[in-house]
Design a protein around this ligand. Structure first.
Ligand code: PEP
Ligand code: MN
Length: 337
């Protein structure tokens, strides 16, 4: 970190600042120019808040040279993290597809969709029991009952389950859930993230609708700083001026995240596009840019879906997409075991 001091800062004040940072165990290098003095801090500056330093009387400017996240940073962990969910690996050359309806609607639906997506090659099953809906009058999910149906579908199909949490108060209901999802709307619910840092289960963290890649990595950092290192990131489209699609898939996010972080990152083409026919081309793009997996909405009867029918594939359409996914994953040298 580089701290540029205000012009005319007295040598006493400069020494005071050097002592302040040395007492915090940083090495401080002082560069005294004709017009200004610069302090270079050497050490792990991730715990420093640049705004706090900027608010000091003597400080003109603060610049980070190192990212503010440490646990999620590839610099401190060069090898890809491989998240293992009941033997299904994600990351480091292992590719997984998570599939299932937007919301859990019934026991029969979950068992039937789970069996069909499994037959098509999905490694995990999704389904929302707690639904973050824009309107309080829309279907809010079956809640605890939904989790029961997911567990029954897991028993019937053998597929591990992924489902969204909206409040830390619901954690006891998630005891048998295999992957806990944090949805886009809760990406910066820091109290929830802190609680999930204490949980011994993988967390699927979706990027917020209007959040930067750095903010996504800082949210992962919240979970990891609590001790839970099993975080899977998910790009699900961001808000832009474009209205032709529900969101805009930020495909560039994948190579950037892969460069800066060792965590696995998957793409959600369903929420990104909001349109069923776009799931196939966006899935192909996701594999080509290096994603470690996909999360795809599949419904037994999309026209009657209680949520997100327009972007949901039928099991038959999913099967077609999976044929292309399997071929492309192999072409790019990854495995789906
Ligand atoms: C979901 O996965 O069902 C969901 C609500 O997604 P997002 O949080 O990305 O909107
Ligand atoms: Mn949905």
């Amino acid at each position: 970190m580089i701290i540029i001091l205000k012009k005319g800062t007295s040598p006493d004040k400069v020494n005071e600042m050097i002592n302040h940072f040395e007492n915090m165990n940083f090495q401080v290098q002082e560069v005294r120019g004709v017009h200004e003095t610069i302090l270079g801090l050497i050490g792990d500056t991730s715990s420093l808040d640049t705004d706090d330093i900027k608010s000091m009387d003597t400080v003109a400017e603060v610049k980070r040279i190192q990212e503010p996240y440490k646990n999620a940073n590839r610099k401190f962990h060069p090898d890809d993290t491989i998240v293992d969910v009941c033997g299904r690996k994600i990351g480091g050359g292992h590719f997984q597809v998570i599939a299932g309806p937007c919301s859990v609607e019934s026991r029969e639906q979950m068992i039937s969709v789970a069996n069909s997506v499994k037959a098509s090659g999905a490694g995990l099953m999704r389904g929302g029991a707690f639904k973050p809906r824009t309107s309080p009058y829309s279907f809010q999910g079956l809640r605890a009952e939904g989790i029961e149906y997911l567990l029954e579908a897991k028993k019937a199909s053998g597929l591990p389950i992924v489902t969204e949490i909206m409040s830390a108060a619901h954690l006891p209901l998630f005891e048998d859930v295999d992957v806990i999802q944090v949805g886009a709307r809760n990406m910066q619910n820091f109290e929830l993230l802190k609680e999930l840092g204490k949980v011994n289960k993988p967390i699927l963290l979706k990027r917020g609708l209007a959040n930067t890649i750095e903010e996504l990595l800082m949210s992962a950092e919240y979970i990891m700083a609590g001790g839970n290192k099993n975080v899977i990131l998910c790009e699900r489209g961001i808000r832009t001026f474009e209205t032709a699609t529900r969101n805009t898939l930020d495909i560039s996010a994948i190579p950037i995240i892969k460069k800066q972080s060792h965590l696995p990152v998957i793409i959600d083409p369903s929420h990104a596009a909001g349109i069923r026919w776009m799931v196939q081309p966006l899935s192909m793009a996701a594999i080509a840019v290096g994603a470690d997996g996909l999360i795809i909405e599949v419904h037994n009867n999309p026209e009657k879906a209680l949520c997100d029918g327009a972007q949901s594939l039928t099991p038959e359409q999913f099967d077609q997409v999976m044929n292309d996914v399997k071929r492309t994953v192999t072409f790019f040298g990854k495995t789906m075991d």
